[in-house]
Each structure stands twice: as C-alpha cells, then as structure tokens.
Design a protein around this ligand. Structure first.
Ligand SMILES: NC(=O)c1ccc[n+]([C@@H]2O[C@H](COP(=O)([O-])OP(=O)(O)OC[C@H]3O[C@@H](n4cnc5c(N)ncnc54)[C@H](OP(=O)(O)O)[C@@H]3O)[C@@H](O)[C@H]2O)c1
Length: 256
C-alpha cells in the first residue's frame, strides 16, 4: 500500500512511534526514524530492517530543539530523496498538579508538544508539496479530548496542536496533503506502564481497573494505532483530512 513512499516517524525507538515505523516499513515505505538516545534508536532501525527488509534510517534528534527538527528533515530528505509522509510523535511532558507548574514547565511543554509539530511541518511541507501530495499525522492523546487530572501540560499543549492541524489541513488540501491527529486511549508501551505505577500505585491493579472501563475489554496495542496511520497516509485515506480521531477501544463516551 505504501511502496516506495518516503516517511519520517518521530519518537520511534520504542512504543507507538516504533509500531508506526514498523508498519509503514512493512507496507513498503522507506522510513527515517528519530529519538534522542542513539543506541536504542539504531537497534530499533536494525530490528525494523530485519523484520521488513525496508530501508530504515536512524537520525538522532531531540524534538524540543528547533535545530534538530531542521536537521532531521534535511537529513531524511537528502538520504531518502524526498518526503511523502510525516508522523509527529514523541514522549510527553511530566504529570503533576496544575497549579504547581512554573513558567519553565509550561514553556517546555509547548516546545515539546506544540512547537515540535509547527517546526517539523514548516520544514517538511515544502518537500511534500514538491512531490504533489502526502500525509501528515500527529500523535496526541485521548486526554486532549477528555482531560484527566494531572495531565494539564499535555492536554493544554495538544489543544493547540489540534487547532493548528485543523487549520493546516485547510491550507495544505489544495496540494493533495492530508493532515490528521490521532488520540490514542490506553496503548501498551513502557510509558503506559510508568503511568500505571506512578506514585507507587499497584500497576497490575490499576491496569485491571482501567481495562474494565474500556468497552473493547483490552488495552490497545501499538499496531492498533499504526494501522490507522497507515490508512491515513495511503492513497485510500487521502480524502480524510482535518480530523481528530481516537483509537481507544470505545473509551471516549461522547457524541460529537
Ligand atoms: N501509551 C499510551 O497509552 C499513550 C496514550 C495516549 C497518548 N500517548 C502519547 O503517544 C506518544 C508516544 O507514547 P509512547 O507510549 O509510545 O511513549 P514511549 O514508549 O515512552 O516512547 C516515546 C518515544 O519518543 C522518544 N522521545 C521522547 N522524548 C523525545 C524528544 N524530546 N525528542 C525526540 N524523541 C523523543 C523516545 O525515545 P528517547 O527517549 O530516546 O528520545 C521514544 O522513542 C506520547 O506523546 C504519549 O503521550 C501514549
């Protein structure tokens, strides 16, 4: 479905980003992956190559740094020969009581969640326009649609991403580029495990409690998210744009 399409996937040494990169590579795309820690990133690239036979290029980068975003896009475009697909994904700001966050914490959250997307798109979109089409997907979180206590830094900064992405979808539609934001519910990754055991909680008990609230009766997998990304960035998904879609096993309970 994605044969020879050229992609950048952020935060892809593990977790959701890794699952997305592996799926896109499995569909035939050539993929540049990024993360901060180089050894884990290189190992991830080797594993994806071994699993899929695809060309996978590891590029170390910290998404909170403007110069890293620029270098990431430039290196990927020059090595792959262009760009069709951009998946913005990374870690997330810390959890905590909303009133305890100082200006530095808010600033860091905006850099990580919001300015990362703005900078990557600013660098990447001209290359996608030059190839007359493409797909951009942002990975956000269900908490951006249904906030939880403790998640203020993420919820507030992702709110900006959702508004930005909607506007971007309108401006890039004439060039055949679709833009969508995915809000995962609970997805089995090391990050989720950390959330389960935060503050010394009993991780297994918390997992069972949260699973019981999910209509599908299970925590999601990285492949559940990756499958939607693969559709959205394919020719079949190109008419879907400007959406904010949850992948949550039915956890979100409201009608829009
Ligand atoms: N798992 C869930 O249940 C869930 C649910 C909703 C939303 N999400 C969101 O989905 C995203 C991915 O979550 P995940 O569970 O896959 O996390 P994860 O397993 O912790 O993986 C995060 C990935 O992002 C990289 N990363 C983190 N900070 C970075 C930075 N500043 N610059 C570049 N790369 C960075 C990490 O590598 P390095 O540390 O080496 O940089 C790693 O490859 C997060 O934004 C998370 O909030 C997750």
């Amino acid at each position: 479905m994605l044969k020879d399409r050229l992609a950048i996937v952020g935060g892809a040494s593990m977790g959701i980003g890794y699952g997305i990169a592996r799926t896109l590579a499995g569909e035939g795309a050539k993929v540049a992956i990024s993360a901060r820690r180089e050894p884990a990133l290189r190992e991830a690239a080797d594993r994806i190559k071994a699993d899929t036979g695809a060309e996978v290029l590891p590029i170390q980068a910290d998404c909170r740094r403007a110069e890293d975003c620029k270098r990431l896009v430039e290196t990927a475009v020059s090595a792959l020969g262009g760009l069709d697909i951009l998946v913005n994904n990374d870690g997330a700001p810390p959890l905590g009581d909303i009133l305890t966050f100082d200006d530095a914490a808010w600033h860091n959250a905006i850099e990580q969640n919001f300015m990362y997307v703005v900078r990557m798109v600013r660098e990447a979109a001209p290359h996608m326009r030059a190839r007359h089409g493409g797909g951009i997907v942002n990975i956000s979180a269900l908490s951006a649609l249904q906030p939880f206590a403790g998640f203020a830094l993420s919820v507030a900064s992702w709110g900006g991403v959702i508004g930005y992405a909607k506007t971007l979808s309108i401006e890039l539609a004439p060039f055949g580029i679709n833009v969508n934001t995915i809000c995962p519910g609970y997805i089995d990754t090391t990050r989720l495990e950390k959330v389960f055991s935060a503050g010394g909680s009993d991780s297994e008990k918390m997992r069972a409690e949260l699973t019981s609230q999910i209509p599908m009766g299970r925590i999601g997998s990285v492949d559940d998210v990756a499958a939607l990304v693969a559709l959205l960035v394919s020719a079949r998904g190109n008419y879907i744009t400007g959406t904010t879609i949850q992948v949550d096993g039915g956890l979100l309970r409201h009608v829009r």
